[in-house]
Design a protein around this ligand. Structure first.
Ligand SMILES: [Zn+2]
Length: 278
């Protein structure tokens, strides 16, 4: 068991009619819980981090070492993916430090600039034998996407895939990063149209808080990876908040053991949600 290209795992998942969870990593505790949840469910998992997160952990090499350690320890199939690289240097530093996949997010730029940057990122990724995710349309909110959301335009999909050689495509069909303000409603007709135009596995950002029936409908239409950050981070923080009420700060485990337990349970819940499609 080891790290695989993310597109390989996504194609395998799609062939089985399931979807993989891609979970944001911010420290070794949460990496361990993601690995443990993957082992518990018997389903591959995607570890991912944006530059802010992996730099907080000591750099892309530090995260890669931690992920590899737990992938071996729990004997799981996984990918390690750069989430929302905003510059080509992020793509290069992850490609050269053990990641098996990268994302270059130029989705807030105009189409031609998105094509140019994504194609350059694909060249770096493929030169290192790893996969590239790019985004067409723009999912707003959080650190992952500034400004207003813009839905993916189907007419641009074929040209974008052909000119960039992207391996996985993030689409904008009504999700947002972080927490929703109103009721989320995915544009499933739009997703169906996009899926009919390309064989490239599709990614849904901003999965946290989206109703289950809408996620399952999206998975049935071809979404093979759903990004989760807010939901597992909220579970981790809730564990700490609960511990604060009655435990002494002199024993760090008093805080982090319940936080890890809550994060583990939430991660298991999400993996099952994405792989037990009703
Ligand atoms: Zn995102």
């Amino acid at each position: 068991m080891s790290l695989y290209r993310m597109d390989t795992l996504m194609r395998q998942a799609r062939n089985k009619g399931i979807c993989l969870g891609a979970f944001e990593c911010w420290d070794s505790l949460n990496v361990q819980m993601i690995a443990k949840a993957s082992d518990f469910c018997g389903i591959p998992v995607i570890f991912q981090a944006s530059p802010v997160e992996y730099n907080t952990m000591g750099g892309p090499d530090a995260l890669a070492d931690i992920v590899n350690f737990f992938v071996k320890k729990y004997d799981i199939d996984a990918a390690l993916h750069l989430d929302h690289g905003s510059e080509l240097k992020h793509v290069a530093e992850c490609a050269e430090n053990g990641f098996s996949s990268v994302m270059l997010d130029a989705s807030s730029k105009v189409f031609e600039e998105n094509v140019r940057l994504s194609a350059a990122a694909a060249e770096i990724a493929h030169g290192n034998g790893i996969s590239l995710e790019a985004e067409l349309g723009h999912v707003s909110g959080g650190d992952g996407g500034a400004g207003e959301s813009a839905l993916t335009v189907p007419a641009e999909v074929v040209e974008f895939v052909r000119r960039t050689h992207v391996d996985c495509l993030a689409v904008s069909i009504g999700t947002i990063h972080g927490e929703y303000r109103g009721d989320p409603k995915l544009h499933l007709d739009l997703l169906a149209e996009i899926a009919s135009l390309t064989d490239v596995p599709l990614v849904l950002h901003g999965g946290s808080g989206t109703p289950i029936d809408q996620l399952h409908a999206a998975i049935r239409l071809g979404i093979a990876k759903i990004n989760i950050c807010t939901d597992i981070h909220k579970a981790f923080l809730a564990g700490i908040e609960e511990a604060k009420t009655d435990r002494t700060p002199s024993v760090p485990g008093n805080y982090y053991i319940p936080a890890c337990e809550m994060m583990f349970r939430k991660t298991v819940e999400m993996i099952k949600l994405f792989s037990e499609i009703k």
